[in-house]
Design a binder for this molecule. Sequence first.
Ligand SMILES: Cc1cc2nc3c(=O)[nH]c(=O)nc-3n(C[C@H](O)[C@H](O)[C@H](O)COP(=O)(O)OP(=O)(O)OC[C@H]3O[C@@H](n4cnc5c(N)ncnc54)[C@H](O)[C@@H]3O)c2cc1C
Ligand SMILES: C[S@@+](CC[C@H](N)C(=O)[O-])C[C@H]1O[C@@H](n2cnc3c(N)ncnc32)[C@H](O)[C@@H]1O
Length: 644
Amino acid sequence: MPLTPAELAFDSSGTPFSPAYGDVYHSADSGPGQPRHVFFGGNGLPQRWRGARVFTILETGFGLGLNFLATWNEWRADSERPERLHYVSIEKHPFGRVALERAHRLYGEFGALAAQLRAGWPAPVSGLHRLHFEDERVTLTLAFGEIAEVLPRLRLSADAIYLDGFAPQRNPEMWSASVMKRLASLAGPGTTVATWSTAAVVREGLEAAGFALEKRPGFGRKREMSAGRYAPRWPMRRTAQPAFVPTSRHAIVVGAGLAGAAVTERLAARGWRIDLVDTRAAPALDAPDSFAGVFHPHVSPDDCIRSRLVRNGFVYASSRWQTLERAGHALAWSQCGVLQLSADSAQDRRMAATIAALAYPPDFARYVERDEAQSLAACRLHRGGWWFQSGGWMRPSSVIAAQLAAAGASVTPHFGTAVSAIVRENDVWHARAGDGSIIASAPVLVLANSSDLTRLATLAQPLAIVRGQVTYVPAVDIAAPRTVVIGSGYVLPPTDGLVVTGSTYDRDDGDAGPRVRGHEANLLRLARLLPDALRPVEASALTGAVGFRSVTPDRMPLVGAVPDLDAVLSRKADLTGAHLPDLPRRPGLYCVAGFASRGLVWAALAGEIVGSLLEREPLPVESDLADSIDPARFVLRLVRRGRL
Ligand SMILES: Cc1cc2nc3c(=O)[nH]c(=O)nc-3n(C[C@H](O)[C@H](O)[C@H](O)COP(=O)(O)OP(=O)(O)OC[C@H]3O[C@@H](n4cnc5c(N)ncnc54)[C@H](O)[C@@H]3O)c2cc1C
Ligand SMILES: C[S@@+](CC[C@H](N)C(=O)[O-])C[C@H]1O[C@@H](n2cnc3c(N)ncnc32)[C@H](O)[C@@H]1O
């Protein structure tokens, strides 16, 4: 839902101040001093994080990011720091980059860190945004939105909690009893909490939620502060299924397409070894979309779950690609912008109204009239539509190559090798070839083999396979657009003398070769998108390529732990009224597939989700999004309907 960015002001002492809440962002006594004393000291840091592989801090109110910068700075200075620091922070009114820059000038000691934070600062759109620093050892997950909505959707286990809303009387929604209860649901034995506030409502709320509190000397002019730990007087809740803990950081990944390469890169970044198996002789070889695909946000009037997952994935993928480029990996892509045209005047009005209601930042998504659309695309168009300035096209083979290069020596490739069966024996998964020989063995196996997935694992739901044909039009035959233009089809700006346009959507069609009929259909779509652009061309003289999309019935991907259907069947009676976390899973078996036409925006995020699940790190997506892509959702539906 729309976010209202914060307005930066300063009070008479020069302390950053919020006109909307009538309160300062931190103690007037010292910006950096408060986080050190209240949040760091109050949570027993750095002692408590020493020796941890992963340490997770949850904060209410990101504001200027001062607490984050101070924590990151302490992490750098501590020789016994945790291997990976996760910092998750909730913010309803994010600042823009310019305001942050202005405010950060006050905290010169964090100058270099603050510059990195601003460089990765995401568009102010709601949802989770994951930023990596320090070679991925420090990860910031920004949860943009209203705390009452966002907090229940976080999936994490907090080691320390920083409570930093504005003063409770001015900002009661940040300190409500239900917020405290939700915080407790993300806490476990040993979780600590600290805040500068000693207000009765805060202390009572925390204590009622199960935190044991004490008052400690406060910072600066504040006489006292509150600190405590989660110690409920009732038995702590247990998760329905114990989390899978791998015996070593070693996985087999089956499939080296967009899905498998992303998983490989995300696991390698966490220090895993990967055996990567693909039938193809080299990754992404001969895939039609290896030429180029389109990436852009998805907009819907009700900001549906698909729009939210695409937004999450779009922002994450774009930032990963930029990181790969900065690390010296060449990518073939362009953020030339994507124009999504309306089909008729009624749709045009709806598109304008939708964007107005969603109030996205204009550089993320805005409505443009026909004249502006024409000048953006440098083409004659019938209508206007949505303009996604940071969308564009990408050659998937270049991302795959970059991800595998980034994973480097962590990967043992097995190309030109098909996995015929998978088995688990003595806590180890084996991938077997057709002759029964073992290709690789590891405690974890990730199926990223598109529609072949359901041959190797049972999801209680077949995947549809949808043929798609693209057409390559010689650039000399078309007045090509300067941006990507999409509608009922798509057309890309020219690259290497060709304009890619497409694509067909052919169900129940296994023909792997391009057909003249497919080119004709694509030329018709092109003519509707770009009137007068195309010179007369013979469809039979054109080249193109064919690929197959794997599509789930709800058109959401499959990302996560594979259900254990045998175990579900044997416990059927206990599982009536079950939720996804109650369903048994096959230990160490995960899948990433079913991307339909959105592999580019979803793959990087899917890889990060699998990495986070395996390391028991905070999830980079909200829980309802994680549930919407859970590979066990089809089994759950059958269980609930009594159809298993
Ligand atoms: C015509 C067309 C146009 C498209 N346009 C776009 C677009 O504009 N934007 C976009 O985002 N997406 C687009 N897509 C979708 C996108 O291409 C897919 O979402 C994406 O390629 C899926 O990636 P994947 O890794 O899941 O599957 P794949 O790319 O199919 O990779 C699966 C890999 O698994 C390997 N494999 C399978 N079985 C086995 C086995 N048993 N053993 C070993 N290896 C195995 C295969 O060889 C393959 O390399 C398009 C698709 C098509 C067909
Ligand atoms: C005191 S400031 C946080 C300062 C911050 N921790 C820092 O280090 O700069 C409080 C923050 O809470 C945010 N906030 C207030 N109400 C909120 C709500 N209902 N949901 C989420 N965030 C909220 C404000 O926008 C503000 O940025």
